[in-house]
Design a protein around this ligand. Structure first.
Ligand code: ADP
Ligand code: MG
Length: 385
């Protein structure tokens, strides 16, 4: 994140709130390399932070007001009374940042009001976690402004609590952990139960590889309800198996577990168990210096999300198929599904051809062209000004 970005939000802050902020913070969006729909099963994931981020300028207020302005949030500045924050009390986009302030206060932390101005380069609703970037930017800013000294996993938990209880989205903890814990040049091996993380060196350039993000720009409406139903199905399966979570089932125990479960839960459990194993395999391949071996794991993971978990859609399936047919080493949807983005691991010299082939396939199917970004492993949430 450049000094320019910090300067631009300082200017925005001055225009909207007057005067200068006490600081400027940034929190990134993410792509998840592998380990999808595993976090709420206490499992494993391997996300990396994107260069795209929420940049936020803030200054404490002594009168208990929280004044929120987003460059993407329309002309109005939301004005809320911190003491009145409660789930259900805030509408629209402001429930994400207000929810973080509420979640910090729920933890007994003495935080008050603030003037906030933010701008984001994370496309919203693209499966790249603009919501977690927004929450985590507020969390690190409040941590700095109010001298909270919270550890990174505590910031992520507060941000997740905001999204679950205040914004009403039953997400796991992966997006927030990625946004606060990732470091440049690394993917993040996350244990969603203990919140232990390991930085896994992830350099593609030296291997002649690139990771493309193809944002399909579609988001199907069933996303929220379906997510909650899948999560409930996983919890039910774990309960029937007498396990705390599906994380506690491994490949060796899978056949007998599947034989004991009602048919409708079988594909869900199979996805979660095989997906956790794919995270292990991906980490091992990266440790062995074989990033190209991620390709087949991505494509296998996509098939599992499509056929077993049922969260892909025509557009993401088409992007994956077209990318692989055009020479990508592997590709898969990333994020919760029902639209959003696809990642494709490509040889550097073939990036343009793969992106072009996907655009052509989309045009032939009557879909708008996907937006193309490059996934460069970037730093997590931090103060930048
Ligand atoms: P994703 O996290 O995959 O981008 P979500 O549906 O979880 O998609 O979150 C998108 C929502 O987050 C937006 O509808 C909006 O309410 C909020 N949001 C994200 N970025 C911003 C922003 N820059 N300004 C205001 N609201 C934002
Ligand atoms: Mg989100």
């Amino acid at each position: 994140m450049t000094a320019d970005a910090a300067g631009a939000v300082r200017d925005g802050f001055r225009r909207v709130h007057g005067g200068s902020p006490e600081g400027v913070w940034a929190a990134p969006g993410r792509v998840n390399l592998i380990g999808e729909h595993t976090d709420y099963n206490d499992g494993f994931a391997l996300p990396m932070a994107l260069p795209q981020a929420v940049v936020l300028a803030a200054r404490r207020r002594g009168d208990g007001l929280l004044r929120l302005h987003s460059a993407q949030g329309g002309a109005a500045t939301a004005e809320l009374r911190v003491a009145d924050l409660a789930p259900g009390a805030t509408a629209g986009w402001a429930r994400y940042p207000a929810g973080v302030v509420w979640a910090l206060r729920e933890r007994g932390l003495a935080v008050g009001g603030a003037d906030v101005y933010l701008d984001s380069t994370v496309p919203a609703g693209a499966g790249l976690s603009s919501s977690a970037a927004l929450e985590c930017a507020v969390a690190v800013a409040y941590d700095g402004l109010y001298g909270l000294g919270l550890a990174r996993p505590e910031l992520a938990r507060a941000a997740q609590h905001a999204e679950n209880a205040y914004a009403g989205v039953p997400c796991g903890v992966m997006d927030q952990m990625a946004s606060v814990c990732c470091t440049g040049g690394h993917a993040l091996h996350l244990d969603s139960r203990s919140l232990e993380v390991r930085q896994v060196p992830f350099g593609l350039g030296g291997h002649g590889l690139r990771l493309l993000v193809l944002d399909t720009r579609v988001r199907h409406d069933l996303a929220d309800g379906a997510y909650a139903a899948l999560r409930a199905g996983c919890e039910r399966a774990a309960g029937l198996l007498g396990l705390p979570a599906l994380r506690d089932l491994d490949g060796a125990g899978l056949p007998s577990a599947l034989a004991a479960l009602p048919g409708e839960l079988v594909p869900l459990v199979r996805h979660v168990v095989t997906e956790n194993a794919r995270v292990d395999r991906a980490v091992a391949e990266l440790a062995a210096g074989r990033p190209e071996a991620l390709g087949p794991l991505l494509t296998e993971g996509h098939a599992s999300l499509r056929d077993d978990y049922g969260v892909s859609c025509a557009e993401t399936d088409l992007a994956v198929a077209a990318a692989v047919a055009a020479g990508a080493l592997g590709a898969r949807m990333t994020g919760g599904g029902f639209g959003g983005s696809v990642i494709a691991l490509v040889r550097a010299g073939e990036a343009a051809a793969v992106a072009g082939a996907v655009a052509e396939a989309f045009a032939a199917a009557g879909h708008a062209a996907p937006a193309v970004l490059e996934a460069v492993p970037s730093p997590g949430a931090r103060r930048i000004g």
